[in-house]
Design a binder for this molecule. Structure first.
Ligand SMILES: [Zn+2]
Ligand SMILES: [Zn+2]
Length: 153
């Protein structure tokens, strides 16, 4: 079990294992953060304490796209060579491969507020896919916070 997050103080990226309680120290600003051991059901975010979390596929961004682009390029050439069956085989094979990859990768659980990513957890009923209305609420909150920070001398 692992959490990837931005340092609450300086936003530098950080990561920590959370099987047991630990103290994380930011390499950038030396800020310390004591992290409790994570419960397997992950009822709230360990970084900011927020109780609203969503689940998403822990899928490296761009991978699916890269595979698709490669398949399109390959099928374009086979199409040029009038090899209809090979073209279909490539396209269908890619679609199946993408589907398998999607099933194979696990869920990541993400905090709406601080965007911490939790890996190695089983999503529960409390973790629903990203909801736009909830996400928007937190986006507004973030904007207000940034404005407030910027307004301070
Ligand atoms: Zn920091
Ligand atoms: Zn959080």
């Amino acid at each position: 079990m692992k959490v990837v997050f931005a340092c609450p103080q300086c936003q530098a990226p950080g990561a920590a294992r959370i099987e047991t309680p630990s103290v994380w120290r930011c390499r950038h600003c030396q800020q310390e953060l004591s992290l409790p051991a994570a419960e397997p059901s992950l009822p709230c975010c360990l970084i900011c304490g927020n109780r609203e979390l969503y689940k998403k596929k822990d899928f490296p961004h761009g991978w699916g796209m890269a595979i698709l682009v490669a398949a399109c390029a390959a099928s374009f050439y086979t199409y040029l060579w009038y090899n209809k069956w090979l073209t279909w085989a490539i396209l269908i094979g890619t679609a199946m491969f993408d589907g398998l990859l999607y099933l194979w990768v696990g869920d990541a659980i993400v905090c709406y507020r601080c965007q911490a990513h939790y890996k190695g957890f089983r999503a529960t009923a409390a973790h629903q896919p990203f909801a736009l209305t909830v996400g928007e609420r937190y986006r507004q909150e973030r904007l207000r916070r940034e404005q407030f920070k910027a307004g301070k001398p």
